[in-house]
Structure formats: C-alpha cells, structure tokens
Design a binder for this molecule. Structure first.
Ligand code: DLL
Length: 435
C-alpha cells in the first residue's frame, strides 16, 4: 500500500494530530515572515505561538480575497523568492488578481492531490489523461497535468479550445480520462454528436474529472449519458492551491477534502461563527503545510457543508458537499435572494429544457428585470410557436413559485447560447449601479 493511500485512511484523530502540528508551524511562519499576518494577528490579539487545539484556531482572524489583493504581487509569500518555482494567478475579473506561489514541495503536493481523483477512478499507468483545462496562469491545466503525471498516466497537454482537434485526439490517442470544465465537456460531446459521432462508442473515456464551476446533478447525468463514463467532481481555488483541494471518490457522495493539507471550517457568512458538521455555510480553509503562500482561515465564499458520517469507500478524510454557489454569486433580485442552482433545479423538472441557460439582469424603470434564456433540448420541435409560448408560461409559473420572484422566460433554439472553453458565464448583470 502506498504512503498516499495510508494517509487517506488514517484514523481521524491521527489526522487531526497531523493537522495541529502542521498548523502550529504555519502560524509561526506566517507571523514571522508575512507582515500582513503579523499585523492582523496582533490587531486581533491572537497569539500564534499558543495554539493548543485545532478549535483554538477559531480565535485567529480571517483572511479575505481583498487581503490577498492588497498584498499583490509577492507580499503574502512566506519563503524567499529563490525557493519559489512557479506562480499562478486567479482570473481577477473584478480587479487585481490574487497570486499563489509554489515551492518544489508545494508542486509535489499539488500533483499528488489531483492524482487522488485519478486513483479514486482506479486510474494509473495504463491510462491516457487528456487535459483540456486551460494551461497558463489558471490553475486548471497545470494542476491536472501534474496530477496525470503523478498518477503515472500518459498525459496529453491539450489546453482548451479547438474543439474538433480535441475530438480527433480523444479518438486517435484513445484517451481514457478527460479533465476539463463540465461545460466544456458538454460542448465537446455536443460537437462530436453534431459531427455524426457517438461519444459513447467512438471515444474510450471511462472517467471525467470536472470542476472549476458549479454544475447540477442533472448536468452531470446528461454528461454521463452522452459519454458513457463516470463524472467525478473536483474542487479547488488558486488562493489555496488549485484543483485537488477536494475530490469526489467513486461513491459520488461528496468530495473528500485533502485533510492532510487543508483544515476546513464551515462558518455562518454573516456572523463568522463556526457551524457544526452537517450545516450549510461558507467554507474557510487553512493550509497545513503550504510553503510559499500559506493561508490562515481563508474565506472562500463557497457555500457547502461537511457531510456527517463515514464514506462507504473507507477513506477517512471529511467530505464537503457539492457546491451550490458562492456567497457572492447569490443574486439579489428585487430584494429576494436567488442562487443560480435554484434556477437549475426548476429547469430540470421540465424535460423539454436542456441544461444550457443564461440569466440576464437589467434595470427597467428603476426595477430589476430578469430574463432567463434557456435552450430547448435537442429533438424537441422549436418551430411549434404556440407550444413554445405555452412552455414559456409554464416555466415562468414554476420559477415564480420556487423562487418567489418573477422571471421572464425565453426559450431559445438548441446551441444558441455561447459555449465556453473555460468557465461558463451563466449570469450577465447589466443592472444600473450593480457593477
Ligand atoms: O477554478 C481551480 C480549479 C481548476 C478547480 C480546475 C477545479 C478544476 P479559481 O479560478 O481560483 O480556481 O476559482 C476558484 O471556482 O472558489 C469556486 O467558486 C469555483 N469552483 C472551483 N471548483 C468548483 C467545483 C479554480 N468543483 C473558484 N464546483 C472556487 C463548483 C467550483 N465551483
């Protein structure tokens, strides 16, 4: 049994001892090497040398994305630059990017954490791992790449884009593992189908390792049906490492958090109070042994819960539930809180609708106006105008009763909503004074 497998089945108290030991060192390293942490610990009256239990960590102050931005580019680094081998950055659509640094040790851990997804799928040296997350500053491409190599797979660095070429390579190289965003996987499947192929028969895929954006159970089921493979959800973020922070096992009952490297807390996003296992809230992460850019109580803004109980797979690392949104993608429409996942839940009750949609928000007469564009499922007849109108009204009424807010529904032709090679853009907010 490999060392890595041993860690995955460690009794939880031993895992906690390992976390405590790592976090004690992390706190001291942060305090002594990163001026931001010295200031923030001192201001909160938190003594980094006095941590006795993991619970004591709740007395440490949080770290936010803004803190990382304020310290752009290198001020959060806890090691000399001579030890840094690689950097990545978040996309930074709303301003300055956040930067993650990696020492050799950090890169090794990263590859190992992503490789867990491949091993959960019984993948290894006989597999061909096709990576079409984007390579570059985004952590998706290289994270999956290091994972493929670490698991011993033959790894193909495709990056995103040029979908017909992806399809050719998938067929000709006999790829067995597909790594990309779920929306890009769907685009690959639909493009292959429109080329007259059957992804189930013409590809050799056995597993898709998809993440970087939320996707519904319905979307997953569609993908599994089209490709005839199994989808494992993978979670991560630039600020703590990239993909591999948490990964689903073959049971598909939540994502095992790599507890030997990350300590999770779930908090009430309003009060900051730590919530018990089982309750939904915001995920907060502390790195246990990250060298270059450790983080202490980083507020991810991602909403999930710790799933109580043990996993049937026998691994002891706690599981987080599949993500249903972020505190900051919650839409406030005429004062009502709406998550895109609630819209998806209603959509999946209507068989004529596909999983592709886009929400557009505008301001009309100082009021929020919401239009939900959703594609008709392929195979239904778009030319039956009266039928489409009836369907639109039906969906509007279901949305109204589920969300307590009215949306205008516009059913559009299959494939008319723009596809993305990376993360899909589901919400376009053109309201006055919002952006
Ligand atoms: O998206 C890292 C990644 C790459 C994860 C490839 C998985 C696969 P960022 O660009 O920094 O990093 O974005 C991080 O994306 O805080 C979540 O809101 C969202 N996210 C990531 N994985 C998932 C997932 C990468 N499996 C942000 N489900 C995170 C839902 C996800 N949302």
């Amino acid at each position: 049994m490999s060392k890595e497998r041993d860690v995955l089945t460690l009794p939880h108290d031993e895992l906690e001892a390992l976390q405590l030991e790592g976090i004690k060192k992390t706190l001291v390293k942060c305090y002594e090497n990163v001026p931001f942490y010295k200031e923030s610990f001192d201001a909160a009256g938190f003594d980094p040398y006095a941590l006795e239990t993991l619970e004591d960590l709740k007395n440490a102050p949080f770290t936010t994305k803004q803190d990382l931005r304020d310290n752009y580019p290198y001020k959060m680094f806890a090691v000399p630059m001579s030890e840094v081998r690689e950097i990545h950055m978040s996309s930074g659509t709303t301003g300055i990017a956040t930067v993650g640094g990696y020492t050799e040790h950090d890169l090794e851990i990263w590859g190992d954490c992503f490789a867990r997804a491949i091993r959960y799928a019984n993948g290894g040296k006989d597999d061909v791992c096709h990576v079409c997350y984007g390579y570059g500053l985004f952590t998706g491409g290289l994270g999956a790449h290091y994972g493929g190599v670490s698991a011993g797979c033959t790894t193909i660095p495709m990056s995103a884009g040029n979908t017909e070429r992806q399809i050719r390579v998938l067929r000709e190289m006999g790829s067995t593992i597909l790594c990309c965003t779920p929306s890009y996987a769907m685009h690959i499947a639909d493009t292959a189908i429109s080329m007259g192929l059957d992804p189930k028969k013409d590809f050799s895929l056995k597993v898709g390792i998809h993440g970087a954006e939320a996707f519904s159970d319905n979307f997953r089921a569609d993908l599994e049906k089209k490709f005839g493979y199994k989808v494992l959800d993978i979670y991560g973020l630039t600020e703590t490492m990239g993909p591999g922070v948490a990964v689903e096992c073959w049971e598909q009952q939540g994502l095992h958090l790599a507890e030997d490297h990350f300590y999770p807390e779930i908090i009430d996003p309003e009060t900051g109070e730590v919530l018990p296992d089982g309750e939904w809230g915001e995920l907060v992460l502390t790195t246990v042994d990250r060298e270059a850019t450790p983080v202490v109580r980083y507020r991810t803004r991602d909403i999930t819960r710790i799933i109580p109980g043990e996993c049937a797979c026998g691994r002891t690392h706690k599981r987080i539930d599949r993500l249903h949104g972020r505190t900051d993608d919650m839409l406030i429409i005429r004062g009502v809180n709406v998550f895109p996942s609630q819209i998806e839940d209603v959509m999946k009750t209507v068989p004529e609708l596909s999983s592709w949609y886009q929400v557009e928000l505008t301001t009309v007469d100082h009021l929020d106006r919401v239009t939900l564009k959703v594609e008709l499922e392929q195979g239904f007849d778009f030319d039956e105008i009266r039928e489409i109108e009836r369907l639109q009204k039906e969906v509007e009424s279901r949305m109204k009763s589920a969300l307590s807010v009215g949306l205008k529904v516009k059913i559009v032709e299959p494939k008319s909503i723009p596809r993305s090679e990376g993360k899909v853009k589901r919400v376009i907010d053109n309201r006055e004074g919002v952006n």
